[in-house]
Design a protein around this ligand. Structure first.
Ligand code: ADP
Ligand code: ZN
Length: 260
């Protein structure tokens, strides 16, 4: 985008929340927003970092107990971790992209009582693709920067992160049983308060699908083994989807329209 510098200046200091189910691309959209200068605050990364740094602490053991099962860790663990991070100077000065929090109504109530968000981005991805993308697409993530890859969006060199050269691993909780549980929790506990947020924040939908009639350059579409990939949607029709580059473009266009 020609106006990237202009967009960076316009976005500085903004507080953006990413909302959507597991596997909808929150990690990659966070990368795109980080590239504009926002600080990435991710509950999943923060929890995994806590556990890695102090594996034997009571807090880590408790967190691991829930994370392994794909269940939500208790609010008294996650809320202070996130709120402390959001209050740091780096977040206040540069703005932030919040990813993976809030996941419960209680978390949302605390967040909205303390932080005035500029934008909530709802990442809309067909349910059929969420499981498929993680399991069949063989999702792997960078241990250092958490960029996600799959067979639809493979790294240039297998096992190595394009962005930072970090090692790519498969998450131990990316198995079908745990993901189904995480999706169920999302439907029951997280998605239900979306309408609640609507009155408190400015929500924009960022779809991953491309209308059948929409003309779009092949290079922006998800492909599998070189072929454009069509996914069966929840409404029983087929649709194409944007790849990483296509989504970044769609995101930046939306932000430019909103903030410039
Ligand atoms: P995903 O979005 O792919 O499910 P995350 O990396 O965001 O994964 O989170 C991994 C795990 O960390 C979750 O399954 C859950 O156990 C825990 N977790 C992350 N965010 C929260 C949160 N806001 N509240 C409670 N638990 C959380
Ligand atoms: Zn990386």
């Amino acid at each position: 985008m020609k106006n990237l510098e202009k967009l960076k200046a316009a976005i500085r200091g903004k507080k953006i929340l990413l909302f959507g189910p597991p596997g909808c691309g929150k990690g990659n959209r966070s990368r795109d927003l980080e590239a504009l200068g926002l600080v990435h605050v991710s509950s999943g990364i923060a929890l995994r970092a806590k556990v890695r740094n102090k594996p034997d602490s009571e807090l880590s053991k408790k967190a691991v107990y829930y994370m392994k099962r794909g269940e939500l860790v208790p609010d008294d663990i996650i809320v202070p971790i996130i709120m402390e991070h959001l209050n740091r100077r780096e977040c206040r000065e540069n703005g932030f992209v919040l990813d993976g929090f809030p996941r419960t109504k209680a978390q949302a109530d605390i967040l909205f009582s303390q932080v005035d968000l500029d934008l909530v981005l709802y990442l809309d991805v067909p349910r059929k693709f969420l499981l498929y993308g993680i399991v069949e697409g063989n999702r792997r993530v960078c241990v250092d920067c958490a960029t996600g890859y799959s067979d639809f969006d493979p790294p240039k060199v297998e096992g190595v992160c394009d962005k930072c050269g970090g090692k790519l691993i498969k998450r131990t909780d990316d198995n079908i049983k745990t993901i189904e549980k995480r999706l169920k929790l999302y439907d029951e506990q997280t998605k239900t308060f979306l309408h609640d947020i609507e009155s408190k924040a400015n929500i924009e939908i960022l779809p991953i699908t491309v209308g059948n009639e929409e003309k779009i350059d092949d290079k922006y579409l998800k492909k599998l083994k070189g072929q454009v990939y069509w996914v069966q949607t929840d409404q029983d029709s087929k649709t194409r989807m944007l790849n990483l580059e296509g989504m970044r473009k769609r995101l930046y266009n939306l932000l430019a329209e909103k903030f410039i």
